[in-house]
Design a protein around this ligand. Structure first.
Ligand code: NDP
Length: 346
């Protein structure tokens, strides 16, 4: 029986996205092994749009994929509400429902889904080994689609306000803030991009940044500073979300990071753009990662290990959209299928 959380679990469960230190592994007994006759053609780790689209394509290619979805099946889309920009749903669709029907579509073609976390992988062996709840599963090819977790401020009531005036995705939720006043938190390129983007909808955007200078690139900062709808609140941080009705965000308590002075401000929505943590800790540095911990791709979905493919937000610092993750999941399944063909040919 597992007694402590694994790094991947920590990455998902910590609301601020920070990874917990590597825990000591403690098992009552050594991992059980699934019989060698049950080696899967492909194991898919992750269950957002990338993992589930990879499952649909791999299943339709008769690869009978084994999908480990984790304990928050559907990934980040399960914490959004209405998804209005996924093609094919003119009236929009709830995030969890979209993930549900994607899974059903994959299952129709023979994918098998388990709602468990992968504890660790061994990519030095062929077939690859994937350890889940003390059981060793094996596969010839592996697709990693574990996503990235948006960082949160870790303030009281944060999870209650998610999707109720508090968001980490301007592209997803900006539309709901037409003619409203909003805060964007952060000082990197994401915050600049989101602040500018949100002025298409909002009557006013206040950029809340804890320092007196930005780490974002100069061109992005210049665009924000020239935008008449954006006001910058330097050296301020949010220390509390406020709500008049107990349901949605209606304000925030700001603290001056220099003087410590606090001030309550009214606002209709708050967008956090303080970075993401890719869910790659469980790989234990067996795959090449960039400085931010994202998987480094070779071509569309290849990694530095032959037979291991990655797709979606775990390897994407730029687009991070459900539709781009889904497209990338399709590419990963097709690349895995082609690679498996070359293996069986030899
Ligand atoms: P970054 O890590 O670059 O920036 C995060 C920002 O959030 C920093 O300003 C940081 O403050 C602030 N922050 C972090 N934690 C907190 C906290 N707890 N409270 C308040 N503020 C906090 O993340 P980004 O998502 O902006 O960018 C990630 C990468 O993606 C970068 O390499 C970026 O260049 C790239 N990117 C490129 C884009 C483009 O080229 N179009 C668009 C978006 C991203 P501080 O500065 O004080 O540390």
């Amino acid at each position: 029986m597992r007694t402590k959380p694994t790094p991947l679990q920590s990455a998902v469960t910590q609301p601020n996205g920070d990874l917990a230190p590597e825990p000591e592994r403690a098992y009552d007994s050594p991992p059980k092994e699934v019989p060698v006759s049950d080696v899967a053609q492909v194991i898919i780790i992750g269950s957002g749009p990338a993992g589930l689209t990879a499952a649909i394509y791999a299943a339709r290619a008769n690869l009978a994929p084994l999908v480990f979805e984790g304990l928050q099946p559907g990934g980040q889309l399960t914490i959004t509400t209405e998804v209005e920009n996924f093609p094919g749903f003119p009236e929009g669709i709830q995030g969890p429902e979209l993930m549900d029907i994607m899974r059903k579509q994959a299952e129709r073609f023979g994918s098998k889904h388990h709602f468990e976390y992968v504890d660790k992988v061994d990519l030095s062996k062929r077939p690859f080994e994937v350890v889940v709840n003390d059981v060793v599963h094996r596969s010839h090819a592996l697709i990693i689609a574990t996503g990235a977790t948006a960082k949160w401020l870790n303030l009281p009531d944060e999870s209650n306000f998610q999707g109720r005036g508090l968001s980490t995705c301007a592209t997803c939720d900006g539309f709901f803030f037409r003619d409203k006043e909003i805060f964007v938190v952060g000082g990197g390129d994401s915050a600049m991009e989101e602040a500018n983007f949100l002025t298409r909808f909002a009557s006013k955007v206040s950029l809340v940044h804890r320092k007196d200078h930005f780490r974002a690139s100069k061109i992005m900062v210049d665009r924000v500073l020239k935008n008449p709808k954006v006001e910058v609140l330097y050296e301020k941080e949010i220390v509390r979300y406020l709500s008049d009705n107990g349901k949605t965000v209606t304000g925030a308590r700001l603290r001056d990071t220099r003087t410590g002075e606090e001030l309550d401000a009214k606002v209709d929505g708050i967008f956090l753009a303080i970075g993401h943590t890719p869910n790659t800790a469980f790989l234990d540095a067996q795959i090449a990662l960039d400085d931010g911990g994202y998987i480094v791709l070779q071509g569309a979905t290849g990694t530095n290990i032959e037979g291991v493919f990655a797709c979606g937000d775990v390897a994407d610092t730029r687009y991070r959209q459900a539709i781009t993750a889904a497209g990338n999941g399709c590419q990963a399944a097709m690349d895995a299928e082609k690679w498996l063909e070359t293996q069986h040919a030899h």
